[in-house]
Design a protein around this ligand. Structure first.
Ligand code: 13P
Ligand code: SF4
Length: 362
């Protein structure tokens, strides 16, 4: 039976049966399989993860494991990262091949190459600019970054990575997320006039040669469609309605949101912050809904609100369901590698170099 026909059959099976069958097959496959689960995964899938975490922790675990099969319950760039960091005889499986990331799609290889060339009409980028790519990017961009002396960062280590990067060269080209770069730089005390935005649709990114020469940080105009839905006025309303509330935000939120928040950090850091707080502390959290709902369940003694009045869910993270996870386990059992994520050989070396530079900093 092909993968589509199998999935169709699984969708006709009661979900409780699927859950039972996942438990059974998971036990049967034992240590052959490691399941990695990002915090934004829905609960029915998240419960099966051997390791849960933010992008940094999951990439570290991928680099460490000897398991021959890694199922990545997350999105495409995460599975690519795991493939880059694992050995050739290990296979990384993405249960839903359409689980992408709209932010990662906001910078492609061609656009970044063009940016580098355009910068070259004003300055010598290989001497004065270090590329820093957020892990939410394609393997092609990680490879570009590694080849030009650059490094990968995550939301959990951006300040450390940027500090290191400015020790290497005068300017950082940060992509694809403007907000993570900007929020991190603001927290590090970088002045506004040292930052410029690079719009890939405009000549020189919409800048002049003078502003490019003066810049220390060039921020790619990309964003996360989920985190851009949080607004500073949501924080004001929360504070008015719940005196004493702490506002926690993911650094993919806009600067205006992070500036009015009490704490800004990666998903793992937000979880740690809530778990370490005293009982009775109230929170409003600006990150993806599945994580906020899970925290609510886990900490009933710490009232938690979702910062936005709108539902902000990552639709691609949500794509992975128990049926697809079960189908991935069946495929491993049967030797069907149709959901394997394999980074092209030409991108393997330099993307690994860029990732390894980041892992070495930890
Ligand atoms: P972290 O879990 O690394 O904070 O990242 C959030 C995210 O958007 C993943 O795509
Ligand atoms: Fe991409 Fe945003 Fe979804 Fe993260 S939450 S995977 S950045 S779209």
């Amino acid at each position: 039976m092909n993968a589509e026909a199998l999935l169709e059959q699984l969708y006709d099976t009661p979900e409780q049966d699927i859950i039972q069958q996942i438990h059974t097959l998971r036990r049967e496959l034992g240590e052959q399989v490691l399941i990695l689960g990002h915090h934004y995964q829905r609960e029915e899938v998240f419960q099966f993860a051997d390791v849960t975490g933010d992008s940094l922790k999951l990439s570290q675990r991928a680099a460490e494991t000897d398991a021959p099969y890694i199922i990545f319950c997350g999105v495409h760039f995460m599975a690519e990262t795991a493939d880059i960091l694992t050995d050739d005889d290990q296979a990384v499986i993405l249960p839903d091949l359409a689980a992408g990331c709209s932010m990662a799609d906001m910078a492609d290889d061609e656009q970044v190459q063009r940016c580098w060339q355009e910068l070259g009409t004003v300055i010598d980028p290989d001497q004065s600019v270090i590329p820093v790519t957020y892990i939410n990017s394609t393997a092609a961009l990680k490879s570009f970054t590694g080849e030009h002396g650059g490094i990968v960062c995550t939301s959990g280590n951006a300040a450390r990575v940027m500090t290191w990067s400015w020790q290497q060269r005068e300017k950082i080209l940060f992509f694809p997320d403007q907000h993570l770069g900007e929020n991190t730089a603001v927290a590090m005390g970088i002045a506004d006039d040292a930052m410029i935005i690079w719009d890939p649709n405009l000549p020189l990114g919409g800048n002049t040669p003078e502003t490019i020469r003066a810049a220390r940080l060039i921020l790619w105009k990309g964003f996360c469609s989920v985190h851009q839905l949080f607004k500073p006025e949501h924080a004001e309303t929360m504070r008015r309605n719940h005196p004493g509330i702490e506002i926690l935000a993911h650094p993919e939120c806009a600067r205006a949101v992070c500036e009015v928040s009490d704490f800004v950090g990666s998903t793992e850091m937000i979880i740690r912050h809530v778990s370490e707080a005293a009982p009775g502390q109230t929170f409003a959290i600006a990150t993806e809904l599945n994580l906020v709902n899970r925290l609510r369940e886990q900490f009933p003694d710490k009232p938690i609100w979702f910062l936005s009045p709108m539902v902000c869910m990552c639709s691609t993270m949500y794509r992975t369901d128990p049926q697809q996870l079960y189908a991935a386990l069946i495929a491993i059992r049967d030797g069907d590698m149709s959901h394997q994520i394999k980074v092209p050989a030409a991108q393997q070396h330099w993307s690994r170099v860029a990732l390894q530079r980041m892992l070495d900093l930890a």
